[in-house]
Design a protein around this ligand. Structure first.
Ligand SMILES: Cc1cc2nc3c(=O)[nH]c(=O)nc-3n(C[C@H](O)[C@H](O)[C@H](O)COP(=O)(O)OP(=O)(O)OC[C@H]3O[C@@H](n4cnc5c(N)ncnc54)[C@H](O)[C@@H]3O)c2cc1C
Length: 497
């Protein structure tokens, strides 16, 4: 018998999980489809030798402010605990290591003390970043009125133009622009506003969630069971059956069933969205727009464990830039220019023992592995294996430069290229979806099928927080202002002391 739902959600990453819970919490019947065998997308964890590792969620801004509000709305908290993480920046070409203090004002004062001649410019940058962040209505879920109305003039000014106008160059520029590695767009292409929206929280308080993305997935499972969300894995849309007036309320699924629904939300990459839409809704212009999106960077990641005791080990993130010219790092034109995040964490293995893990992720671009594009994981041949071994050796050298005490004790358990991520997650294997470029009209909101919406990390802002925010905006659009504000206020009142 054909099952009926209010909403069909495609993709079970953090966007799909968020919007499914928000809709189900309003009393709607939700069906969540995931093409893989497991839910969670980039939030999934996996085990090697019984030790847990992250797929694509190593750190985030503290679960306060907007991120905290979203987590409360999902009723995940107090289930999610955070671990403060020390952040270090390393400019390898200058052999300079910076230990960032906690709190934006301390970071600002630290930079000013290092570069007294540039102190005034540094202060102005921090003021601008704060102003932009605070004046972005999107970050205030209780804001009355449609959240996207808050476009600022800095949305049309590049980070590069702004830094040039302040006369900020050299090391100070590298430090202030370092979180470009968290949206993957060069300073000349990212708007000052979007850079600040990503950088603000990370400069202020960078944390890891205990259990990482796995804790989100577990919290989602618990809530999904409470709210009666139906989840189908290894399942996606086989064919949309268009109805009248540019709508579609029925689809055939790859599990052989047919379901009907009121509205559908796609939380997948724009290229994957285009693939699922029926021919007649994929106009030349629509496809052209999608093909014009440039893909952001991906990561080559190594996963290792430290053997034996290590007095100096502490949970921290060090971002190592091979060159202080950050723009070179963010484009495929300079393959030797790299940004490598080295994340040290303490994990509990399946055997209950404590392990010290080292996960290093280095930005890469699609051309690096293009010659193996036609292959699948596990069947790429010896040339590819040699490529991976070379990458691992290079990254190990970068780790030992910063942590010489790890040499001879770091056991590499696995590694993943951009193609590995492609095979398990999104069509291109990029870490943040499409590149967030200034002035670009991203695929977000309504699709050519009028009752189909799109959200996700390529919509508004990258990263888990950007993906979740996109889900909140779409949820607001779908359920209407009245219900949205009622639900938001319900939670706010519940949590007020
Ligand atoms: C290596 C790496 C490191 C990262 N590190 C961080 C970090 O430290 N902090 C941070 O905030 N962000 C990080 N990110 C980015 C972050 O993980 C993403 O921005 C966010 O998780 C994206 O969520 P999403 O739901 O939009 O997409 P995804 O997580 O990609 O989820 C999409 C889901 O849809 C499924 N799907 C795809 N096509 C279909 C289809 N046709 N039908 C059904 N299902 C489909 C996929 O299998 C997947 O499960 C990282 C990403 C990577 C890859």
């Amino acid at each position: 018998m054909e099952k009926e739902y209010d909403y069909l959600v495609v993709g079970s990453g953090v966007t799909g999980m968020t919007i499914s819970l928000l809709l189900a919490d309003c009393g709607f019947r939700v069906l969540l489809l995931e093409k893989s065998a497991v839910i969670g997308g980039s939030m999934q964890r996996f085990h090697r030798c019984g030790i847990p590792f992250d797929t694509g969620f190593h750190f985030t801004a503290a679960l306060t402010g907007c991120m905290g509000d979203m987590v409360r709305m999902l009723k995940f908290s107090p289930g999610l605990e955070t671990i403060p993480i020390r952040t270090n920046l390393y400019l390898a070409d200058r052999k300079k290591l910076f230990h960032l203090p906690r709190g934006r004002s301390r970071v600002r004062d630290y930079f000013c003390s290092l570069y007294p001649a540039e102190a005034e410019k540094i202060r102005r940058y921090f003021e601008t970043e704060k102003r932009i962040f605070e004046n972005t209505p999107l970050f205030n879920l209780r804001e009355d009125g449609f959240a996207m109305s808050g476009i600022q003039q800095e949305d049309f000014l590049s980070l590069k133009t702004y830094l040039d106008s302040l006369g900020i160059s050299g090391e100070v520029r590298s430090l202030l622009a370092s979180f470009t590695s968290c949206h993957g767009t060069p300073c000349g292409e990212i708007s000052l506003a979007n850079h600040c929206r990503v950088s603000f929280g990370l400069l202020d308080d960078l944390v890891r969630v205990k259990g990482s993305g796995g804790a989100f997935v577990e919290a989602f499972r618990r809530r999904a069971a409470e709210l009666g969300i139906e989840i189908r894995t290894r399942c996606t849309i086989e064919e949309c059956i268009p109805s009248e007036r540019l709508r579609c309320h029925r689809v055939h699924l790859t599990d052989g069933s047919t379901v009907s629904f009121r509205d559908c939300v796609m939380t997948i990459h724009p290229l994957a969205v285009a693939e699922l839409l029926p021919e007649r809704f994929r106009s030349g212009l629509f496809l052209e727009r999608i093909r014009e999106f440039e893909e952001g960077c991906g990561f080559f990641t190594l996963f290792g464990v430290l053997e034996g005791p290590c007095e100096t080990f502490r949970q921290e993130l060090t971002s190592s830039f091979s060159t202080s010219d950050i723009d070179k790092v963010m484009t495929p034109d300079h393959p030797d220019a790299t940004a490598t995040g080295i994340m040290l964490t303490e994990e509990t293995g399946l055997d209950g023992a404590q392990y010290r893990t080292v996960t290093a992720f280095e930005n890469v671009f699609a051309p690096e592995t293009a010659q193996w594009n036609a292959t699948r994981t596990g069947r790429r041949g010896t040339e590819y294996d040699r490529y991976k071994q070379r990458k691992v050796r290079e990254m190990e050298r970068k780790i030992y430069e910063l942590y010489p005490e790890f040499e001879g004790r770091l056991r590499i358990l696995d590694s993943a290229s951009m193609l590995t991520y492609r095979d398990y997650l999104s069509p291109c294997g990029s870490a943040y979806g499409i590149r967030q470029k200034m002035g670009q009209h991203n695929l977000f909101g309504k699709l050519p099928i009028r009752n189909f919406y799109v959200a996700g990390q390529s919509a508004l802002l990258p990263g888990a927080m950007g993906a979740m925010l996109s889900a909140f905006v779409i949820w607001r659009k779908m359920v209407g202002e009245k219900l949205y504000l009622r639900k938001i206020n319900e939670v706010a009142e519940r949590d007020e002391p």
